[in-house]
Write a protein that binds this ligand. Structure first.
Ligand code: CO
Length: 323
């Protein structure tokens, strides 16, 4: 989906209007703003830029707005009252899709200069991953290069020097058609050196994403789930719950195997769907993706680009002049 993400991103970051939450936040005016508002702004921007049209084009997955020690898979559910604070480190993870080609890209925002080195480390590590990637390159070697770059940084927070650790159980990934993690033959680009001899191949799409942390460098599931996706290998089991049957029809029609969040069900007019949703998860038809967090008190950052390995060129389809 080359080219598609650029106008989308500039809507978010370069919008000159003084009424957008991003500008207000960046300019330290009128804080705090509801994080929920930012999210709708991004998603509305994506929907407008790619002229949303059912499964043909639109949002590729829920906008990640993970804060501080949480690294991924957080986006507000309805009624979330969380607001952005001065000291927050916010990961913005955006997906856009056109005809099932998904562009996956992320950056980190911080309004506190103490975390500049953390952001710099992770941006550099992601750029290392992009630089090392290529046809016939082994995944384990790319991981080693990412780790080396990340670990060459440290952050000083209130007089304490902390190493920047790559998060060992998060990874970059291949992207398939309507499949954010590359379908059945998905490959992973880990962030720590390993013996994976698997090679990148011509024609593959990769999301090169790295995460750095001032904590343990390992995430666990924490908090209320917002992200879901229908499994590509969902079993065809008869559903006894009529509400589950009807919710599955909504999911099939609107998302297919693309990830979505509870807010997307709300905007489609679905109400009181939690029982049905949990039933679909229990039956193995829908996969839930809980927020992934390091230890409380730590800070995590993420940068990510989507690359396409064409025969003669490595195209970074999400690259802009901002990151
Ligand atoms: Co990704």
């Amino acid at each position: 989906m080359p080219g598609a993400p650029h106008p989308k991103r500039s809507v978010i970051l370069n919008e000159k209007s003084s009424t957008t939450p991003w500008k207000l936040t960046l300019a330290s005016v009128e804080r705090p703003k509801s994080i929920d508002k930012s999210d709708n702004l991004i998603e509305d921007g994506v929907r407008a830029c790619v002229e949303e049209n059912g499964l043909e084009s639109g949002v590729g997955f829920p906008t990640g707005l993970s804060l501080n020690h949480c690294a991924a898979h957080y986006t507000p559910n309805a009624g979330d009252t969380k607001v952005l604070q001065d000291g927050d480190v916010l990961k913005v993870d955006i997906g856009v899709q056109v005809k099932g080609r998904i562009c996956d890209s992320a950056f980190t925002l911080s309004f506190d200069h103490r975390y500049e080195k953390l952001l710099e480390a992770v941006k550099a590590a992601t750029n290392t991953g992009i630089r090392e990637a290529g046809i016939d390159v082994r995944l384990g070697e790319i991981a080693g290069a990412i780790q080396e770059t990340m670990e060459s940084y440290e952050v000083e927070i209130d007089g304490k020097v902390l190493p920047v650790k790559p998060i060992e159980n998060l990874s970059g990934h291949t992207i398939g058609l309507y499949s954010i993690h590359g379908g059945k033959v998905g490959k992973s680009v880990m962030l720590v050196k390993n013996e994976d001899q698997t090679k990148m191949e011509e024609g593959e799409y990769f999301a090169i994403e790295t995460f750095g942390s001032t904590g343990r460098g390992r995430v666990v599931e924490e908090g209320e789930v917002s992200h879901y996706a229908k499994r590509g290998d969902a079993p065809k089991v008869p559903l006894r719950l009529t509400t589950a049957k009807s919710l599955l029809r909504t999911i099939d029609k609107n998302f297919g195997t693309l990830p979505w969040c509870r807010r997307y069900l709300d905007r489609l007019g679905e109400t009181r769907y939690l029982l049905a949703l949990n039933n679909l998860v229990q039956q193995g038809i829908v996969q839930d993706y809980p927020p992934l967090c390091d230890v409380r008190g730590s800070m995590t950052a993420q940068f990510e680009h989507t690359i396409l390995l064409r025969p003669t060129v490595k195209e970074v389809v999400s690259r802009g002049d901002d990151y």
